[in-house]
Design a protein around this ligand. Structure first.
Ligand code: GMP
Length: 236
């Protein structure tokens, strides 16, 4: 089947991709590539392909939420992408994680149903773990670059505006350190389709205590540091 949202050709994309929800972030990350060119703008899924350390890499927008990410990952996979690293943001569900901290997702919880339910049936579960070797290579690269990170499971939510204090205590008590919206779908698709996946998240907001959001320049600096570590691994 041919993609109907990402209007690119197979030769336009690399086998490896850094993906992010926000097209603005994708545009910034693409400035780290040489010879970057836009290969899709349709539907706002801004996608670039260029070179990092001499290797071809694609940087793509996956939008917000599981349904949007699933479309983009399926279509990039149709075009030949086999490795996907999400560079995203997450809310902190635990006191010790503050805005600007980095989470390496070691798994993602989700509610039965939704996008994954439509793939596997609502009574079934599928493993929503990232690919461990890719994930550990990124952890090593972050450490080499002096970027500290926490490891743990995140909850992939479908309802940004339904995250009150009972939501926070429920999902934190079940072992999740952050909340975002796409890792579970990414990791499930990775396991279903035989793709390598990883999820690296900058904490953009704190849902415990006094609600705080990150300021733009702190976020941009962190994204830049994390993006370089991911691109180095993708370019290996
Ligand atoms: O603003 C929503 C987008 O940012 C989604 O793509 C999420 O992955 C991510 N995100 C960052 N912080 C939060 C949060 O506190 N809650 C949820 N649901 N998503 C978040």
């Amino acid at each position: 089947m041919n993609p109907v949202h990402i209007l690119a050709r197979r030769e336009d994309v690399a086998p490896v991709a850094l993906i992010a929800g926000d097209p603005g972030r994708v545009k910034k990350v693409a400035t780290l590539l040489s010879e970057a060119r836009i290969v899709n703008e349709n539907r706002g899924f801004l996608t670039f392909t260029g070179y990092y350390n001499g290797s071809r890499v694609t940087v793509a927008t996956h939008g917000i939420g599981g349904p949007s990410l699933a479309i983009v990952v399926e279509e990039l996979y149709m075009l030949g992408v086999k490795t996907f690293v999400r560079l995203g943001t997450a809310g902190s569900l635990v006191e010790h994680l503050k805005v600007g901290d980095v989470i390496v997702a070691t798994g993602a919880s989700y509610l039965h149903g939704g996008t994954i339910g439509q793939y596997v049936g609502n009574s079934a579960s599928i493993s929503t773990s990232p690919e461990p070797i890719l994930t550990s290579k990124i952890m090593k690269k972050l450490s080499d670059r002096g970027v500290q990170f926490a490891q743990g499971s995140v909850f992939s939510s479908d309802a940004f505006y339904a995250e009150d204090s009972s939501f926070v205590s429920r999902w934190a008590s079940l072992g999740n350190i952050g909340v975002e919206m796409e890792c579970a779908t990414l990791f499930a698709l990775g396991n279903m389709r035989g793709l390598k996946t990883a999820g690296i998240l900058v904490v953009s907001d704190e849902l415990t205590g006094e609600k705080r959001w990150i300021d733009r320049s702190t976020l941009e600096n962190r994204v830049d540091q994390v993006a370089r570590a991911i691109l180095e691994v993708l370019a290996e």
